[in-house]
Design a protein around this ligand. Structure first.
Ligand code: SAJ
Length: 434
C-alpha cells in the first residue's frame, strides 16, 4: 500500500493526510469544500486547530494531491481512509448521511479487481460500517476481497493535545478479512509510533471507540452528580475527590459547568441507539447523559440565587462568561455547555457578556462580546466556563474594580479560590458549598 487517499480534510483528516505524507506515502486528499481545498493547496490550515498551523505541506510539495473530486483521487489509491463527520440530529439520533455519501462517492469511483481497501475512521456505533456500506457495494456490483475490502479504524484524535496527535496515538483495526486487517496494522504502524493492533471484526473496533467515550461521559457524570450532593452536606466535592484520589485505582475527573465537544456528549447516543435497536436497556449511559446535560441548568440556578442574595433586582442581572469554547485552548463551540447556560440565564432575565479569545464570534443574538476582559464593565458576576489560560491568568484586580458586585463562580474548579477571596472576590464554585 503506497498511495493513501483521505476523504474529508477536517481536524482529523488533514493531520492524517499530513502524517502519511510525512511518513513518505503518496497522498490524495479530498474535501467537498472548495475553500478547504484552496487553503490546503496554499499551504494553509483550514481546520481551526492551531496544532495544524505550520505542518501543512507547502504549494508544489511532491506526493501531495488535494482535490474536491473523489473520482479523480480514488483510482490512484491502494487504501482510502474516510474521515467525515458523524454528528447527532436535533432529536439526538446519529446522523450517518456523511458516511453514506462519502462511501458511495468512493465506491462509485473504485477500479474493478484492485481490492482497494476502504477504511472508515469516523466514530459510529457497532454495525454502522457494514449496514451503511455493504448495500452500496451490492448495488454497484462490487465484490469484497476482489474489488474492495472495508475496515474500521476509529480516529482517536484529541484537539489541542499534540501529545496525542495522529503520529503518537494507539490504534485498533477491525476487518472481517484478517489478512487485510494485518496489512492495515502495518500501514498504520508507519503513521503512529504507538501500539496498533488488529482486534477482529468491524464491530469490535466500532464498539471500542464508542465505549471509550461512553466511559468518560459516565465518569464525568458521577463527579457532576457528587458536585450537587456534597454542597448540600456542606462539603466541597473537590476535597472529597482529592482524598479519594489517594487510592491507587481511583480515577479522578473534575466536575464542571457541563460536558461539550463533538465526542463525549455525542458518542453515548450511538450506544443508546444501538442498544435500543436490539431491545437491551442502556439505563446507566442514558442517566449519565441526563446528569451532564443538566449541569448548565443547575449552575444557572445557582448563579441566579447568588445574584438574588447580592440584591440584584430580578431582570437586571448581568453575568460575564469567561470562556465559551467547549474545551481549553481550542476555539470550538460545538455542544458547548455555555450555550444552555446562556439560554437558562436569559430565561431568568439575566443578560450575558462573553470573553473568549479563541473564538471570533458565532455567539447567540444579544450576547455582549468583551475583547478586553479587564476592562469589562458593569457585570454583577463572572463565571469561568472554559479554563483557557487567558481566562485563568487574567488581571483579576482590574476586573474586580469594574464589577458591580465582585462575585466569581469557578465553573471548572481550576482557580485559586483562597487567593481570590483574600483579594476581595466573593468566590463560589461548582461542587462547593455556597
Ligand atoms: N470535562 C469535564 N470533566 C472532566 C473532563 C472533561 O467536565 O474531568 C468536560 C470538558 O470540559 C469538555 C468535555 O468534558 O467540555 C469533553 O472534554 P474531553 O477532555 O473529553 O475532550 P474532547 O471532547 O476533545 O475528548 C477527546 C476525546 N478523544 C477522542 O474521541 C479521540 C476523548 O476520547 C479523549 O479522552 C479526550 O479528548 C482527552 O483525553 O482529552
Amino acid at each position: 500500500m503506497k498511495t493513501v487517499g483521505i476523504i474529508g480534510l477536517g481536524y482529523v483528516g488533514l493531520p492524517t493526510a499530513i502524517g502519511f505524507h510525512d511518513a513518505g506515502f503518496e497522498v490524495w486528499g479530498v474535501d467537498v469544500s472548495q475553500r478547504t481545498v484552496d487553503m490546503v493547496l496554499a499551504g494553509q490550515n483550514p481546520t481551526g486547530d492551531p496544532d495544524v498551523d505550520d505542518i501543512v505541506p507547502q504549494p508544489g510539495a511532491e506526493r501531495w494531491h488535494i482535490t474536491t473530486s473523489t473520482p479523480e483521487a480514488v483510482p490512484n489509491c491502494d487504501v482510502i481512509l474516510v474521515t467525515v463527520p458523524t454528528p447527532i440530529t436535533h432529536d439526538l439520533k446519529p446522523d450517518l448521511s456523511y458516511v453514506e455519501a462519502a462511501g458511495r462517492a468512493v465506491f462509485e469511483a473504485l477500479p474493478k479487481g484492485k481490492n482497494t481497501v476502504v477504511v472508515l475512521e469516523s466514530t459510529v456505533y457497532p454495525g454502522v460500517t457494514a449496514q451503511t456500506w455493504l448495500p452500496i457495494l451490492e448495488e454497484l456490483g462490487l465484490e469484497q476481497g476482489k474489488d474492495v475490502s472495508i475496515a474500521y479504524c476509529p480516529e482517536r484524535f484529541n484537539p489541542g493535545d499534540p501529545a496525542h496527535g495522529v503520529r503518537s496515538v494507539a490504534r485498533v483495526i477491525g476487518c472481517s478479512d484478517e489478512s487485510v486487517g494485518h496489512a492495515l496494522v502495518k500501514l498504520y504502524g508507519q503513521l503512529t509510533s504507538e501500539d496498533v493492533r488488529y482486534v477482529g471484526k468491524l464491530e469490535v473496533a466500532e464498539a471500542a471507540k464508542v465505549i471509550e467515550n461512553v466511559q468518560r461521559d459516565i465518569n464525568i457524570a458521577l463527579v457532576n452528580e457528587l458536585a450537587r450532593i456534597f454542597p448540600a452536606l456542606d462539603v466541597d466535592v473537590e476535597d472529597v475527590l482529592s482524598a479519594a484520589a489517594t487510592k491507587w485505582n481511583f480515577h479522578r475527573y473534575t466536575p464542571g459547568v457541563g460536558v461539550g465537544g463533538h465526542c463525549i456528549p455525542v458518542d453515548p447516543y450511538y450506544m443508546i441507539q444501538r442498544a435500543a435497536d436490539v431491545g437491551v436497556p442502556a439505563g446507566l449511559i442514558t442517566a449519565a447523559r441526563a446528569v451532564n446535560r443538566n449541569m448548565p441548568h443547575h449552575v444557572a440556578g445557582v448563579l441566579h440565587e447568588l445574584l438574588y442574595r447580592a440584591g440584584v433586582p430580578s431582570g437586571e442581572g448581568r453575568v460575564l462568561f469567561l470562556g465559551w469554547s467547549y474545551k481549553p485552548e481550542v476555539g470550538d463551540p460545538r455542544e458547548t455547555p455555555a450555550e444552555p447556560l446562556y439560554d437558562s440565564l436569559v430565561s431568568k432575565g439575566i443578560s450575558v457578556g462573553v470573553f473568549d479569545p479563541h473564538l471570533d464570534g458565532g455567539y447567540p443574538e444579544g450576547v455582549v462580546v468583551e475583547t478586553d476582559v479587564a476592562a469589562s464593565k458593569g457585570y454583577d458576576l463572572a463565571v469561568l466556563v472554559t479554563a483557557h489560560q487567558a481566562c485563568v491568568n487574567l488581571d483579576w484586580d482590574a476586573l474586580k474594580a469594574n464589577m458591580n458586585h465582585p462575585i466569581l463562580y469557578d465553573g471548572r474548579r481550576v482557580l485559586d479560590l483562597k487567593g481570590l477571596a483574600e483579594s476581595g472576590w466573593q468566590v463560589h464554585a461548582v461542587g462547593r458549598p455556597v
